[in-house]
Design a protein around this ligand. Structure first.
Ligand code: GDP
Ligand code: MG
Length: 177
């Protein structure tokens, strides 16, 4: 329990988007439960998971939404984006196509979400360096051009997952507290 009580000062909705199989559900499993599964099934049912953390002495409940296998273009409904203050825009560093689709996801996100939405571009599966198909430089350049935060993560090795959410939630906190 954060702060020894159950008082929640803020609830921030954050959405996960990006192509199927880039690791969204495992990133969420790592952040919410510190779990990882190599044979994760396509996401079923669960709309969101929460984790409460303390930011500047306030209790912040992060409500993280995961797509339920709706990753086809334009299949994610506007209800998914509604009220989201942050987003993790995820691609797989070993799948060029998942990075090439990022501009579409960004356009869809910007069309639906809060004007001040905090967006983190996430290159997942950084543990698979030998299969890399997207350079860190390309992604960094894109992120700078589009004003996004950027990190490479590994849900498998628990690298930068905590960091990615911390940065997004702290930035949301600065804007909305
Ligand atoms: P989603 O469709 O975007 O939700 O993707 P999943 O979270 O279901 O992950 C798809 C596949 O990639 C699963 O087999 C995961 O175990 C695997 N995966 C997810 N994250 C990583 C990672 O960081 N490294 C590696 N090597 N595999 C990962
Ligand atoms: Mg999934």
């Amino acid at each position: 329990m954060a702060g020894g009580g159950d008082k929640v000062d803020y609830v921030f909705k954050v959405v996960l988007i990006g192509d199927s199989a880039v690791g969204k559900s495992q990133i969420l499993a790592r952040f919410a439960r510190n779990e990882f599964s190599l044979d994760s099934k396509a996401t079923i049912g669960v709309e969101f998971q929460t984790r409460t953390l303390v930011i500047e002495h306030k209790s912040v409940k992060a409500q993280i939404w995961d797509t339920a296998g709706q990753e086809r273009y334009r299949a994610v409904t506007s209800a998914y984006y509604r009220g989201a203050l942050g987003a993790l825009l995820v691609y797989d560093i070993t799948k060029r196509q998942s990075f090439d689709h990022i501009p579409r996801w960004l356009e869809e996100l910007r069309g639906h979400a809060d004007k001040n939405i905090v967006i983190m571009l996430v290159g997942n599966k950084s543990d698979l360096e030998e299969e890399r198909a997207v350079s860190t430089e390309d992604a960094k350049e894109f992120a700078e051009k589009e004003n996004l935060f950027f990190l490479e993560t590994s849900a498998l090795q628990a690298t930068n997952v905590e960091n990615a959410f911390q940065i997004v939630l702290t930035e949301i906190f600065k804007i909305h507290s």
